[in-house]
Design a protein around this ligand. Structure first.
Ligand code: CAA
Length: 259
């Protein structure tokens, strides 16, 4: 991957979008790198949680690449949007939990990348926004859909129609991020959160992610059936047997094995 650094630390991994000359903006090459990131993470059983951040102190991702988009035809725009949407959906449906550690500007495609992650935390210097209508386009990597689902539809519409950016405290107030940290504390906090998740039984954590994501797409009657099946699928796993035995024997469980 030319524009993404991937570092494994025990059972967690940190992916850093690294295109500093364009504030980590997403051109087709970075989108292809994200395709490769998804494939790499999926193929590695050791990775139990993934943190995504941006290189430098200024930007998480400053959006899709405006230079590349500026000359696209309708067909080219549709294809570019599809590439972004496909890879963001692949990130959203990665079996393991993902955390966006938003270290600065998260505009357009950057805000959308953070929303494709399970959890967003940010630095107090972070700025979020969907500036697309100011550029003559709609959000194109899922922003109209995920923002409306994550915050209220009315707030999503206000942010998207006005193209106005918001700071970290407002992102926290509207529920777009779970926590705000001083910039220097952001990555330690993100890694600690990922490690906390990685210590729990991975089969169960993955089942929870699937239950929440899939359940949100259907009505409650179908949703609880999704949970029932995933709940059942955890039984007789080595980690379930160890976790419950440890409780009953009043001892700390052994490290979970992902089995
Ligand atoms: N695309 C391409 N290049 C970008 C970029 C982007 N989205 N954002 C920043 N850059 C480039 C700048 O062109 C500049 O390059 P040069 O040094 O070669 O001129 C470099 O990054 C540094 O940027 P600035 O000089 O503009 O830095 P700044 O501190 O003055 O401003 C900023 C920072 C407010 C983030 C500003 O760069 C900005 O507004 N960027 C664009 C943000 C944006 O509109 N994003 C949405 C894009 S549309 C989209 O994402 C559609 C979609 O949903 C798929």
């Amino acid at each position: 991957m030319t524009n993404i650094l991937l570092e494994k630390k025990g059972y967690i991994a940190v992916a850093t979008i690294n295109r500093p000359k364009a504030l980590n903006a997403l051109n087709s090459e970075v989108l292809s790198d994200l395709d490769e990131l998804v494939a790499t993470v999926k193929a590695d059983d050791e990775i139990r949680a993934l943190v995504i951040t941006g290189s430098g102190e200024k930007a998480f991702v400053a959006g899709a690449d405006i230079g590349e988009m500026s000359t696209l035809t309708k067909e080219g725009g549709t294809a570019f949007g599809k590439h972004g949407n496909d890879v963001f959906r692949a990130i959203e449906t990665l079996p393991i939990p993902t955390i966006a550690a938003v270290n600065g500007f998260a505009l357009g495609g950057g805000c959308e990348l953070s929303m494709a992650c399970d959890i967003r935390i940010c630095a107090d210097t972070a700025v979020f926004g969907q500036p697309e209508t100011g550029l003559g386009i709609t959000p194109g990597f899922g922003g109209t859909q995920r923002l409306a689902r994550l915050v209220s539809p009315g707030m999503a519409k206000q942010l998207i129609y006005t193209a106005k950016n918001i700071k970290a405290d407002e992102a926290y107030r509207i529920g777009l991020v779970n926590a705000v940290y001083p910039l220097e504390e952001l990555m330690p906090a993100a890694e600690k959160l990922a490690e906390t998740i990685a210590k729990n039984a991975p089969i169960a954590v993955r089942a929870c992610k699937k239950a929440i994501n899939d359940g949100l797409q259907v009505d409650m009657d179908k949703a609880i059936v999704i949970e029932e099946k995933l709940f059942g699928s955890c039984f007789q796993s080595a980690d379930q047997i160890e976790g419950m035995s440890a409780f009953l024997e009043k001892r700390k469980h052994e490290p979970y094995q992902n089995k």
